[in-house]
Design a protein around this ligand. Structure first.
Ligand code: BG6
Ligand code: MG
Length: 214
């Protein structure tokens, strides 16, 4: 029986994945580095610095560590500017109702995200209280997805065994992380076709209740 559902944030609860794309695009254009949406797909679930390294695969020169820090900072500033406009209406349809349904059934909602902006985003969209005490994010991990650390830490925060947790993910790296944590995983959006996922849904609102009952 599932006792906790651990949600990824970007691309699962709201479309901040699009803002990540736009902010990286600003940096890539500034540096004259080729970057497109196909490359952007490889950044899902991946930490900020690892994402930068993927983008720099197409660079024609090499960069110092200090230059990379500056680039990551530039991207994050551009991303934060886009996040400023977030409101509760940006949460995907049906998410709030789905979480309320979980709580009625005594199932704990948690967060497992690589993002260091997680708490800022949750505050902006009015979800911070629902997840309080169960937010594992880029600020409390050493290893990024596909390492299971972020989900293991979320389960520990809630005091619930990994085998009783269900992960909801839109990234291949995240599905792999959830499985490596010993959890059941629902793949949503781009991860819906990913064979390692136990269940598939177009989005949170479409998660089958059977995924919680086993
Ligand atoms: C993940 C996104 O949620 O967070 C990645 O899917 C992103 O694309 C990562 O790189 C880190 O985000 P942030 O907000 O710490 O730069
Ligand atoms: Mg995601």
């Amino acid at each position: 029986m599932i006792k906790a559902v651990i949600f990824d944030l970007d691309g699962v609860l709201l479309s901040t994945d699009e803002y990540h794309y736009r902010a990286w695009k600003q940096l890539a254009d500034r540096e004259d580095i080729y970057f497109d949406r196909a490359i952007n797909e490889r950044l899902r679930g991946v930490s900020r610095m690892e994402s930068l390294e993927i983008i720099l695969e197409r660079a024609t020169k090499s960069y110092t560590a200090a230059e990379k820090e500056e680039m990551a900072g530039f991207k994050n500033d551009a991303y934060r500017q886009l996040l400023e406009h977030l409101t509760p209406s940006d949460v995907f349809p049906g998410v709030t109702e789905f979480i309320a349904g979980l709580q009625r059934e005594g199932v704990r909602p948690g967060i497992g995200s690589s993002s260091k902006n997680t708490k800022y985003i949750l505050e902006k969209v009015g979800l911070i209280e629902i997840f309080r005490g169960a937010i594992s994010d880029g600020t409390n991990i050493v290893n990024s997805k596909p390492d299971p650390e972020v989900f293991i830490k979320a389960a520990e925060m809630m005091g619930i065994a990994p085998a009783e947790c269900l992960v909801v993910e839109d990234a291949e790296a995240g599905v792999m992380a959830g499985k490596a944590a010993g959890m059941r995983v629902v793949g949503v959006g781009p991860a819906a076709g990913y064979p390692l996922a136990d269940y598939q849904a177009s989005g949170v609102a479409g998660i089958p209740w059977i995924a919680l009952a086993v």
